[in-house]
Design a protein. Sequence first.
Length: 224
Amino acid sequence: MRIDLFTLFPEWFDWFLRQRHFQNALSAGTEIRLFNYRNTTPLGAGQVDDAPYGGGAGMVLRVDVVDAALRSAYGEGEDPSRVVVLAASGRPLDDALAGELAGEPSLALLCGRYEGIDERVRENLATDAISIGPYVLSGGELAAMVIADVVIRKLPGSLGHASSAVEESFSEALGGAPEYPHYTRPASYRGWGVPEVLLSGDHARVRKWRLEESRKRAGGASGR
Ligand SMILES: C[S@@+](CC[C@H](N)C(=O)[O-])C[C@H]1O[C@@H](n2cnc3c(N)ncnc32)[C@H](O)[C@@H]1O
């Protein structure tokens, strides 16, 4: 898989891309590339944004600037299979959407800034608009990192244990429910114990208990 990140602030990704599971994914053949809209802007003096038509506060990332960045990366007619605009108003990201994206050969993630991106990008250049939640970030970079992270976790070879990503919160293996609780040593700490079943060595009982706990959480048992 290839993930291309389009941004005005490529340095935001420096630390992120150095992390272990990205390095594992890169070794396993995943390619990640960074593109700065400012490097390919067709406008003078590195301009990338403009005032919104109709007035109002803030500046808007221009459609010709985003198009120039995409054309410079892909040429004519060679766009990735999914071109995603990050937008608070987009389709909410969930595990199913992450799985869908992980099945694609190539992704482009377009980070907005300021008041956002000219809507013609979403209408004509993108295949998707995705939101990571009902709140507003200062830019699309953190949202792109969230998407890249959940997608990469689903690729073979990125996690230490292949099974780690199969049975976890919201996965099909748990019927879309949150994951069950985990405990480790010590078995007692400040008087806080561990459920007896987990110490029993009875795998069938452990399995049953875990599925029950997962279902309880799906029922909204405790927010803790
Ligand atoms: C300050 S925000 C623009 C907010 C926009 N005016 C609005 O009210 O929706 C700048 C950029 O951050 C990104 N962004 C902000 N919140 C986001 C979210 N919840 N999910 C995905 N991207 C987000 C988008 O790329 C957006 O263009």
